[in-house]
Design a protein around this ligand. Sequence first.
Ligand code: ZN
Length: 402
Amino acid sequence: MIDHRKLGRELELFHSDPLAGAGLPIWLPAGAAARHAVEEYIREEERRAGYQHVYSPPVAKRQLYELSGHLPHFADDMFPPMRLSADDEFVLRPALCPHHALVYRSRGRSYRDLPLRIAELGGMYRAERSGVLGGLSRVRSIWLNDGHNFCPRDRAGEEVAAVLEMIQRAHAVLGVRPAGFRLSLRGDGDKYVDNPPMWEQTEDVLRGVLKELGVSYVEAVGEASFYGPKIDVQVVDAAGREMTLSTVQLDFHQAARFDLSYVDRGGERRRPAIVHRSVVGSMERLFAYLIEVHEGAFPVWYAPVQLEILPVGDVPVERFSRAAIVAGLRAEVAWEGTLGARIRDAARRKVPYVAVIGAREAAAGAVSLRLRDGREQGPLPRGGTGPDRGRGPSMRFGGAPP
Ligand SMILES: [Zn+2]
């Protein structure tokens, strides 16, 4: 059976070391290269959708999470506080929302500022029990593609709908195959903010959006966030386990906790709604899923190495490999071993393009390409044989996301 932990090891994507701790994976160069490409794509999509990016630290004072409601409602999932002095306690954050609320209130806001869309790929921590940890799918250190849209309450539906469209676009580009949409509702117990009218209002908005978009969904009682209902996009991993990848959540609670407001057209002070959203979820869970769904053979645009250059004999390839790298490709040259062994190794690592350059190709300024699926192309003229040939090979190799 396909297992991202096994493939992750074989492809040297990530590493777990008992000395670092369970559930605290280290991204190796190949995994980091793929993740970086995905992060850049998401950041650019967000920029185009009007998001502004921020950075905030994964540690903050305990009081911040008392105010947000995380400590009263979510403490079981958090690492215990760290005491620096008698009146100074810090916690590893369990979510980014409180920092983004502070971004919102870093200055006064008027209706002209809204919707204010704040995004960050930020670190956060969950005190998962060691028994449930595994590979990248359940971790204690999480890098979340997070974002918060502060908007007038009567515009929240539009924001939610726009996020769902963005999620669907990203899934198509990444090769995610969603198993379905889930409307996650509150359940019984003190896990949820006690404010029934607020829950009814926010649940109505989400139902309305789902109806408008015409997507089918299931309802799941007891799966909401403590502050509001959410629409989750579920995926199923290779072992058949269902999990949430993308999410959009509607929150009429935290703005009041943080005393967030804006001045409307008539000069009245109003509370914004907060739409919490993650387009692709955490990098860990996303890659656990992508490794399995693609069986390690990522689409070219986020393949760790896109082009493996295999010289045969003592042919010069330096200029070609430089041109490929300068053109934006992740390219590397392999010299060691027989040509057959190097081709097999590139195939084992699922490199999408292998360029074999022998004396004939070198003399002709050409390159023969082997594709990951076994097809061969070539010989093709090389982009980087002469000085300053400019464009390089990126057009042909599809270095950018579609
Ligand atoms: Zn949030």
